[in-house]
Design a protein around this ligand. Structure first.
Ligand SMILES: Cc1ncc(COP(=O)(O)O)c(C=O)c1O
Length: 412
């Protein structure tokens, strides 16, 4: 039998494990805490070397007792691609991009929902609901479909249509909400008891952070048990940052890694940047890098992406991780993101706006000297461009019938 409990990230209180309601009475977020002496009995570098390439290779550090409860679609162990040309262009020691878009649901959300839905199965739950800007909704829909659990997804009405349309395809009851992700969350909270839904929203249950934690475990293993100097991550609710931080702490305690933690950079889109603003405020306006010169009252709320989360559920925890790591937060513009999508595209990488935002942030941080020639840097491409595609070819792509028309087009 594996052993774990919950521990409050704010007051350190310990509580027995449960699979929903992750708030401590002090207001802090409860996270899973493992008996690492127990884990160390089987979790060794040698044993990992023999395991299947999936995030479930780290099963001792995931809160599922019985392998029969694991709900998997083949998530994790995504490529870590090196970009040597850009290392020399930007004078970086190393540059990699973690290709999370290659997960089964086209985004890194597969990881969190594989664990969250496994926990639901372990607990015998039958209905789950999530508020989402799209990727979490489609991941819940897919994993719940596989587990035979009924999914209810609530999505802001301006979210990209392809991500929305995926959800009913997986069998989820899908609803568009005239509002933001927190308005969708409020609807779920209102109906939770009557409908018998487990709310699997960000930090509402333990599985999603634990699943995203595997990005950190995997990164360390793929880098032969070393850590990069800098992680640049597109941040909305922040469970990926919390998960990776937790991964590195657990690996340190297990003696797998040593040395400094990576400097975490949270990237947001200009106009919806609570982490950037929060960091500026808490540091007296010195450390967060805000490329936006727009005054608060003139800001325009950006199009929906995973970064558009006006009220992250535990901003305090996120800011403390950024500060402890020596990292920062940065807002990039829509134009910088569009430009970055093309730069990544010309490297052969299909990037979501969120993944492209990390590239845009890297360019700013390099330009400002925040990134140093001794730095090894990892960017997270958290989702696939396809998920944001509009149906029908872009008006910029010509339509021809003959070779002559092709030549005519080429000569313009
Ligand atoms: C593609 C993508 N990237 C990044 C994020 C933000 O992730 P986190 O909740 O870990 O901050 C999301 C969340 O919806 C997302 O869908």
């Amino acid at each position: 039998m594996k052993q774990w409990e919950l521990q409050c990230s704010r007051c350190s209180a310990k509580l027995p494990f449960r699979y929903q309601d992750m708030k401590c009475t002090c207001g802090g977020t409860l996270l899973v805490s493992y008996d690492l002496n127990h884990v160390a009995q089987t979790f060794t570098k040698a044993s990992l070397g023999q395991r299947y390439p999936s995030m479930w290779r780290y099963h001792e550090l995931l809160p599922i007792h019985d392998p029969a409860h694991i709900v998997s679609l083949g998530e994790g162990w995504t490529p870590l691609l090196r970009l040597p040309d850009w290392e020399s262009k930007l004078s970086l020691k190393r540059l990699w991009i973690k290709r999370e878009e290659q997960n089964p649901t086209g985004s890194f959300k597969s990881r969190g929902f594989s664990v969250a839905v496994s926990l639901l199965k372990q607990a015998g739950a039958t209905k789950a609901a999530v508020p989402s800007n799209g990727n979490a909704a489609s991941a819940l829909a897919a994993y719940a479909g596989r587990a035979g659990i009924q999914a209810f997804v609530f999505i802001p009405m301006d979210c990209p249509s392809l991500i929305v349309d995926e959800c009913p395809m997986y069998g989820a009851t899908t609803v568009l909400v005239d509002g933001f992700i927190h308005d969708a969350a409020a609807i779920i909270e209102s109906g939770r008891k009557d409908q018998g839904w487990v709310n699997v929203g960000t930090l509402k249950e333990p599985g999603r952070v634990e699943g995203k934690k595997t990005m950190g475990l995997e990164l360390a293993e793929q880098l032969d048990w070393t850590l990069p100097d800098v992680i640049i991550y597109p941040t909305g609710g922040g469970s990926g940052i919390i998960g990776m931080w937790k991964a590195f702490l657990e690996l340190k305690t297990l003696g797998f890694i040593s040395g400094d933690m990576p400097r975490f950079v949270c990237v947001q889109e200009e106009g919806c940047q609570p982490i950037v603003d929060g960091l500026m405020h808490s540091l007296g306006g010195t450390s967060a890098i805000n490329t936006a010169s727009t005054p608060v009252e003139e800001r325009i709320i950006p199009n929906p992406t995973g970064m558009r989360v006006p009220n992250p559920p535990d901003l305090e925890l996120l800011l403390s991780i950024i500060k402890q790591s020596g990292g920062t937060a940065i807002a990039v513009s829509k134009e910088q993101i569009a430009q970055a999508t093309h730069s990544l595209g010309s490297e052969g990488i299909s990037s979501s706006p969120e993944g492209a935002a990390t590239w845009a942030a890297m360019l700013v941080l390099s330009d400002r000297g925040w990134l140093r020639p001794t730095d090894s840097v990892v960017l997270f491409n958290t989702s696939h461009a396809m998920k944001y595609a509009k149906l029908g070819a872009s008006a910029a792509i010509p339509i021809i019938r003959t070779y002559d028309e092709f030549m005519l087009y080429r000569s313009i």
